[in-house]
Design a protein around this ligand. Sequence first.
Ligand code: AMP
Ligand code: ZN
Length: 519
Amino acid sequence: MPHAAPAGQPLTLFNSLTRAAETFAPIDPAMVRLYSCGPTVYNFAHLGNLRAYVFTDTLRRVLNWKGYATNHVINITDVGHLTSDADEGDDKMELAAKAAARTIWEIAAFYTDAFKGDLDRLNVHPPTLWSVATDHIQDMIAFARDIEAAGATYRLPSGLYFDTATVPDYGRLAGTRPDEAIGRIDSVEGKRNPADFAIWRSSPAGSTRQMEWASPWGVGAPGWHLECSVMSLKYLGAQFDIHTGGIDHREIHHCNEIAQNQAFTGGGIGNGTGANIWMHNNFLIMRDKEGRGGKMSKSQGGFATLRSLVDRGVHPLAYRLLCLSSHYRSELEFSAETLLAARTRLRRLLLAIDKQGLRGDAGVDGLLDDAGYTRGASLAFQRERLEAGLPAPAAARLAAFDAALADDLNTPVALTVMDELLADKRLDAAHKLRALASMDLVLGLGLVGSRALAPADLRIRPADAALTEADVMARLDDRRAARAARDFAASDAIRDDLAAQGVEIMDGDPLGWEWKVAP
Ligand code: AMP
Ligand code: ZN
């Protein structure tokens, strides 16, 4: 099939490897190859992890919307990721299984399903392929044998290690000198260079792990970095287009992937070393009581999950909009205020859409074909049908929207352009609806069509709830007044009354939530 030229402005993407925005030029214009580091499935994904996949989804939607078909692989890390990025500590999966008295396989299956459910609730499209690490152990062993034969590794009693001095330019992606980048990595005794890392971790004598395999280096498990090199090579080839991950992966994990690829292919950067473009999303951060920000992280406990938002009555797409309202390379602060502001913004959008009679239009359904998404360029196909014959003012808004996204996926600006479209009085409803539907192909906020959200959907309440949100807020005001007057009997009565109606008051909630829908 002949390949149509991509639509709109040329796409520029910030490449962490060169620290510069580059015009995107796919290796094979008919199929862009994309790899995203996936989750370690020993717990629920936290909202920070999910930011990484909203970013990846946006990237892929933009590529598709602009006319590129994509082959997208996300891995599932169900083995090998230790509690620290150094080669120390226990396997996160083994620890979680022990704590839950479950087998590691049960833990992995449970959290993999939970993760996919979270992505679905966030309108993140599934990748072309989910690639599971433990399905590729033999591929990893074969790869490790090759790089051992190429002289890139050495053996220690604890396993097989990668000698980072054997590849040119180690750590170039991190943008620091190797000794600076890895200063924080504790060394395993006998390592030749501090940055060296495990390719294979032998099981310690006398202990058994739930997940272990025979190998030329004894019974054990692969090092974490190995899986991404092996699976990206297997499914996307030695040189593919784009590799994504959170910014934490820029310093170690991705440097190690590149080093492994170099040892395997014998190539230099850009020639058999993985992706041409390495893209990293910045962190979702939370502030502590003193106002210090830190990245949200699973291993620190007390993290916020998508489920915890839903429990508090917040629709998942409010979180998607929060992610889109900041650029993926900026830190994003998560708090009750920022989330509720995103919810208010989404509600305003939906109200404006409702008021202008743009929602729930079955007419636009025929032009939207979600199910066809995995057929590659179908977002571009839908876009073409939606935008065909639009008058100049609508086309100009769409061009501005396209230009924002072409500028390294500038979603905050794209959202503003959508606001301007909605406010534009010169456009008639039918044209506005088509333009809006095209924008929503990229934003994925469920704004139009008969399956669109309604403003009332944003607060998730039991269908039979007697109280409105305003009622709850008024009762909370009464309770605050009662407490200020030290009338604790009255304050308790309000709490009990709300509880009887399915609303639980949350004094001292770390996220600053005041109430949630009782489970
Ligand atoms: P993990 O399950 O820890 O392997 O992480 C899955 C993805 O989430 C990786 O791409 C991480 O870089 C990313 N990630 C982890 N913490 C955060 C955070 N606080 N904000 C944004 N991305 C994150
Ligand atoms: Zn990875």
